[in-house]
Design a protein around this ligand. Sequence first.
Ligand SMILES: O=C(O)CCC(=O)C(=O)O
Ligand SMILES: [Fe+2]
Length: 310
Amino acid sequence: YANQRHGNQLDSFSKQKGNALRQGSSWRGSRGLLALLLVVTCGCAAATWLYVTSLDSDITESLARQREIISPEPRVYLVPCSEDYDNYKRYPGCTPQKCGRAVTDSAVTREEAQVLRRLAERALALAGSEGGASILDLHSGALSMGKQFVNIYRYFGDQIRDVFTQEDFQLYRDVRGRIQAIVARTFDLDPTLLYLTKPTFFSRINSTAAKTQHDEYWHPHIDKVTYGSFDYTSLLYLSDYGSDFTGGRFVFMDQNANRTVEPRAGRVSFFSSGSENLHRVEKVTWGTRYAITVSFTCDPAHAISDPTLP
Ligand SMILES: O=C(O)CCC(=O)C(=O)O
Ligand SMILES: [Fe+2]
């Protein structure tokens, strides 16, 4: 009986040894498989990285950082004009022959930008969009209110004089004149053949969710297509990217790269309005962003005059 037990023990010992040997070889097998998997994964990652860096259209570079001061001359980036302009009447001395973008911090001071921003704050405090994007157009009087617009001059009547002063309007006219001069000089235009056009408006953007299409400011667009009369667009920023708000950079969407302009109070960014300058604004993620869109046309029929206090 004892022997038999011993024999059984031997028997089971050799069985266990056999199992151990089998387990050992299967472990070696799966280690090999793991190594192969690792090599394949690394290979795939490397190939993907190479592909992404060679073909990617999402390379982002900055044309103007918030912290730098572009002065006294504008920083200019020329790009070939699109064929859009062939489909419109040509105005010699104004229709873009030279296209591109430019940025300057010397056309408007930070103090002037602050005065204009306060003006926008006061007016927009009267109403404002329910969603994240509100506008104030001093020319037409349009002011965002809830899900629509009201005419600020009609709606508030004489009360408007508590919000705006003659000096505010004078500054607005002054600033737009300086911007017009710099646009004309940069693109070799006759400044008298370039006219202010509509819409020219203040914008206030925060991170509140959009309630209507009017609040969806972030869509890529071409100003000449969106607004028709535009030949040159300029943007005067009234707040600082990074400290007043985050997100909200302006992005030129080129074939092979996104090129950003970081808003800075007093900074003027301007560009030809055709499809050579497809662009968008990043969603504002925190804080409040103020800007003025000042637009110019070559077509005297689309000219508007400076606003005056009623
Ligand atoms: O506010 C901006 O930076 C750009 C606004 C814009 O693209 C526009 O008004 O057409
Ligand atoms: Fe635009």
